[in-house]
Design a protein around this ligand. Structure first.
Ligand SMILES: Cc1cc2nc3c(=O)[nH]c(=O)nc-3n(C[C@H](O)[C@H](O)[C@H](O)COP(=O)(O)OP(=O)(O)OC[C@H]3O[C@@H](n4cnc5c(N)ncnc54)[C@H](O)[C@@H]3O)c2cc1C
Length: 509
C-alpha cells in the first residue's frame, strides 16, 4: 500500500485557505492528506481586500463562479487603480493603472507611440486612461460582465471582505477533503537533520507531518522562528512600515476601482465593498507618528469628530532569504510582504502555490526543484518591489521630507536602473522588460502607465510641430480610440446593477 504524505498547513488566513484549496484541488488523485491548523485566538490580519486579475483564475480553477462567492463576501469588481496626487508636476490630478483587456490591442500601440513622441519632447497626449479601456469603464463604475454576444474579454480583479472570504474558502476546502483543526500551536519539534517533525498545540494535540506550510502571518512560526531563515528587509527603498485602518459606510456610487491617494507621509486606500468602504493610511513611522497619521486619515475621511476607533498595524516589508527550506514552505505574510500599493500580496500567494505545485509534482514530491523554486519566487518579489519603488522614486511632491527623501533615494536595483536608462535613452522599454524576463509581474503597459502618469518625461522641446499636425494626433485619440471606447461602453452596465442581480440569485437559491 502507498504511504500517504501528510501536508500540514499552519495558519488559516487568506494565504492558508488559498493554499489548502489549491493543493487539495490539484492533488485530488495523489496519496496526500492535507490538514490546516488555525488558532481560534490569534486573529487574521484582515486587511487584504483588493486583488489583481490572477484571483479570477483562482476561482476559475476551483470551478467557483462570481455569482457563487461574490455575494457571500460583499465583493465588488475592480478594473483599475486610480492614483491621485502622487505627481503634481504631471499636470494630471490622478492617473489610472488599468488591468489590460483584450480590446486594448487596438489602442495600446498608440499609447506607446505617443509616450515615445513625448519622450522626444513633443506635446502629445499621454494620459493612460485615454488609451486603455478599463480606465474608461472604471469612470462609469462599470461591471466587466457583458452579454454573450460581446466578443471581447475584459480583465478584472476584485475587492472583498477578507474575513468572509476566509470563511468561504474554509468551507470549500473542507469539501475537497482538507481537515481543519482550530488549535493554537505552541511548540515545534525538528528531526535531527533539521526537518520539521511535528507541531503541538496548547491543548496537547500532536500533528506529525511530512511537509509543513507556514501560513502563520507576520510571525512566521515555522520558517523564520523555527528554521531560522533570515528575513531580508526592503527598508532601504520602501520606507512604509505602518498602517492605520478605518472603514466607512458604503459609497453612493459603487466604483469599480481602488483609489490610492497620496497624503503627507504615504498614501490612503479606498476599497469599495457592498456593505462598507475599506480605508487605510500606509505610512512610515520614521517620518510621522502614529497619532499624526491617524489624525490625517480622519481628516482625509471627514471623521475628525467621530468616535470611531482606528486600528493600527505594523508591516514587515521584505522577503525571506529562502521561501522553501528543508520540508517547509512559507506562503503569505510569513514569506514576505511588499506593502499594499498595487495589491500584489494575494497574487504572490497564488502564484507561489501554483509554482510549488508544479515543482513538487515534477520533482516527484521531493525537494529536487527547491533551488529553482526559491530563485523564481524571490525574483517575483524583487520585480514587484521595483515597480512599487518607482511610485515613490518618481513622485514630484514637495510637502514633506518623506516625499523628498523618497525622490532622492538611490537604493535602486540594477534591473530598475537599466529600465530607467532605456526610458531616458528613447529605447524600447517593452524589449528591455522582455530581455529581463519581467513581463509576468508588471509588463510594458504597466510601466508606461506609471511613467506617463507621473509625467516622467524630458522638458518639452522648444520647437514643436505645427498645430495642425498635433491636432491630428488629438483627433485620432478622440475620434478613433474615444469612439471605440464609447461604443464598447454601451455593452457594460453599472456594477451595482450586476451585483444586485447576484445578490438576488443568492436569495432565491
Ligand atoms: C495594511 C495592509 C493592507 C493590505 N492590503 C492588501 C490588499 O489590498 N491586497 C492584497 O492582496 N493583500 C493585502 N495585504 C496583505 C494581505 O492582508 C495578506 O497577504 C493576506 O491577508 C494573507 O495573510 P496571511 O494569511 O499570510 O496572514 P494572516 O491573515 O495574519 O493569518 C495568519 C493565520 O495564522 C494563524 N496563526 C498564527 N499563529 C498561529 C499559531 N501559533 N497556531 C495556529 N495558528 C496560528 C492565525 O490564527 C491566522 O489564521 C495587506 C496587508 C496589510 C498589512
Amino acid at each position: 500500500m502507498i504511504q500517504k504524505q501528510h501536508i500540514v498547513i499552519v495558519g488559516g488566513g487568506t494565504a492558508g485557505w488559498m493554499t489548502a484549496n489549491l493543493l487539495a484541488h490539484h492533488w485530488q488523485d495523489q496519496p496526500i492528506q492535507i490538514s490546516l491548523l488555525e488558532s481560534p485566538d490569534i486573529g487574521i490580519v484582515g486587511v487584504g481586500e483588493g486583488s489583481t486579475p490572477t484571483l479570477r483564475r483562482f476561482f476559475q480553477e476551483l470551478g467557483i463562479s462570481d455569482e457563487e462567492w461574490m455575494p457571500r463576501c460583499h465583493a465588488t469588481y475592480k478594473l483599475n487603480i486610480r492614483f491621485a496626487n502622487w505627481s503634481p508636476a504631471s499636470g494630471l490630478p490622478s492617473y489610472s493603472h488599468p488591468f489590460i483587456s483584450q480590446l486594448d490591442v487596438f489602442s495600446e500601440q498608440a499609447f506607446y507611440v505617443n509616450c515615445f513622441n513625448r519622450r522626444l519632447g513633443l506635446a502629445v497626449a499621454t494620459d493612460p486612461e485615454q488609451f486603455l479601456l478599463n480606465g474608461y469603464l472604471a469612470n462609469m463604475h462599470a461591471s466587466p460582465k457583458t452579454e454573450a454576444n460581446f466578443p471581447f474579454r475584459v480583465e478584472y480583479g476584485y475587492h472583498f471582505d477578507s474575513a468572509l472570504l476566509g470563511v468561504f474558502l474554509r468551507e470549500h476546502a473542507k469539501t475537497l477533503g482538507v481537515v481543519h483543526h482550530a488549535v493554537t500551536i505552541n511548540s515545534v519539534e525538528q528531526h535531527q537533520d533539521g526537518r520539521i517533525a511535528r507541531v503541538t498545540s496548547q491543548d496537547g494535540q500532536v500533528f506529525e507531518g511530512d511537509f509543513f506550510i507556514d501560513c502563520s502571518g507576520f510571525q512566521s512560526l515555522l520558517l523564520q522562528k523555527t528554521l531560522q531563515v533570515p528575513f531580508i528587509k526592503f527598508a532601504d527603498n520602501l520606507f512604509n512600515n505602518s498602517a492605520v485602518v478605518m472603514p466607512t459606510g458604503i459609497l453612493p456610487e459603487l466604483p469599480s476601482e481602488t483609489r490610492a491617494t497620496a497624503l503627507s507621509h504615504g498614501w490612503a486606500w479606498q476599497i469599495p465593498l457592498l456593505h462598507r468602504t475599506g480605508n487605510g493610511y500606509v505610512y512610515s513611522n520614521d517620518f510621522i507618528s502614529k497619532d499624526q497619521a491617524e489624525l490625517e486619515l480622519r481628516q482625509h475621511l471627514g471623521l475628525v469628530d467621530s468616535d470611531q476607533v482606528a486600528r493600527h498595524l505594523q508591516m514587515n516589508v521584505g522577503q525571506v532569504a529562502e521561501h522553501w527550506s528543508r520540508n517547509c514552505l512559507a506562503i503569505g505574510l510569513s514569506q514576505g510582504f511588499i506593502e499594499p500599493l498595487e495589491a500584489t500580496a494575494l497574487h504572490l500567494v497564488q502564484t507561489a502555490v501554483e509554482t510549488f505545485i508544479e515543482d513538487y509534482t515534477q520533482g516527484n514530491f521531493t525537494n529536487q526543484y527547491q533551488q529553482r523554486y526559491n530563485q523564481t519566487i524571490s525574483g517575483r518579489f524583487e520585480a514587484t518591489r521595483d515597480y512599487i519603488v518607482a511610485h515613490y522614486k518618481y513622485n514630484t511632491r514637495n510637502d514633506s521630507e518623506y516625499w523628498r527623501a523618497n525622490r532622492e533615494n538611490n537604493h535602486l536595483s540594477e534591473s530598475f536602473l537599466q529600465r530607467q536608462d532605456v526610458w531616458f535613452r528613447m529605447g524600447d522599454l517593452g524589449k528591455e522588460i522582455a530581455r529581463q524576463n519581467l513581463s509576468s509581474m508588471f509588463g510594458n503597459t504597466s510601466w508606461h502607465c506609471l511613467l506617463a502618469g507621473y509625467g516622467v518625461f524630458p522638458a518639452l522641446a522648444a520647437k514643436q510641430p505645427d498645430a495642425t499636425t498635433l491636432a491630428r494626433t488629438d483627433q485620432f485619440i478622440a475620434q478613433g480610440i474615444g469612439a471605440l471606447f464609447s461604443g464598447c461602453a454601451l455593452n457594460f452596465k453599472p456594477q451595482r446593477e450586476q451585483l444586485m442581480r447576484f445578490a438576488k440569485l443568492k436569495e432565491d437559491s
